[in-house]
Design a protein. Structure first.
Length: 100
């Protein structure tokens, strides 16, 4: 059974410094318990997808929730996700490479 997203859109966008991150609610993160991978705009959603398999210290249950949160944020920010499941991440690039 897929995890239910806990992600909620937030008004803070763009580059986030340490203070900005500290001020964000847990609900804006892909991994809310660990406060990892903020999803505050399309760029952060793409980064969360690209770095998903690099996040350490999380369980499969945490990854289920994070993927549900990323999908919810992606829908909100109009970011296309080809994968249906987080196990598919890391199999191919998720963002277009401008060098190609």
């Amino acid at each position: 059974m897929a995890a239910k997203s806990t992600w909620k859109a937030h008004t803070k966008h763009g580059d986030l410094d340490a203070k900005d991150r500290d001020d964000l609610p847990d609900s804006v993160y892909a991994f809310p318990k660990q406060r990892k991978e903020p999803l505050t705009d399309a760029s952060h959603v793409q980064n969360a997808l690209a770095r998903f398999d690099q996040v350490q210290g999380v369980s499969d249950e945490d990854r289920d929730l994070a993927f549900a949160n990323i999908k919810a944020a992606a829908k909100h920010y109009d970011v296309e996700i080809a994968e249906d499941d987080w196990h598919q991440l890391g199999k191919r690039p998720h963002t277009k490479n401008s060098a190609s």
